[in-house]
Design a protein around this ligand. Sequence first.
Ligand code: COA
Length: 140
Amino acid sequence: MTQLTIRAGSWDELQDDAKLIREQVFILEQQIAVEDEWDEQDAISQHFVIYDHTQPVATARLLQNNSVGRVAVLKSHRGLGMGKMLMLYIIEHAKQQQREWLKLSSQVHAMPFYASLGFKAEGDEYLDCGIPHRDMRLNF
Ligand code: COA
């Protein structure tokens, strides 16, 4: 049985747990280059991690410019509503910080996931790290 908790914190506080998930999902599964995965934004972003009991299973980050990124759920835990739970938490968190909108760069395959949360596509498709992406935005 799952027992979920969610934490918000700085990179210093959450990097060990966020790294476990991002390594698994982006570097191993999606073959993103290590040097593309880690950037200077991590140190100045807010991070979010969902735990199933004590196991980190999902993560995302919120940049200072209202951009949500690095949204990842471990393969073993997909399709169970964890991505949605994480995004709803971040949306609430952003509203409490008086942010008026969120944006993100969606991998094209994940667009229906973000659309189900109210994000709308903007602009043309483009390649980032060799993966097709499209910008999406949610106004509060
Ligand atoms: N295609 C279509 N719909 C999808 C979907 C997909 N690939 N993934 C999720 N959804 C829908 C679900 O059907 C559900 O709809 P509902 O609310 O109407 O029931 C909703 O989105 C929430 O699904 P959820 O179970 O919370 O999604 P998840 O926990 O599996 O997380 C991702 C979704 C995209 C975060 C997850 O698949 C993942 O980590 N993928 C690999 C990393 C990645 O590509 N991240 C996105 C980078 S932009």
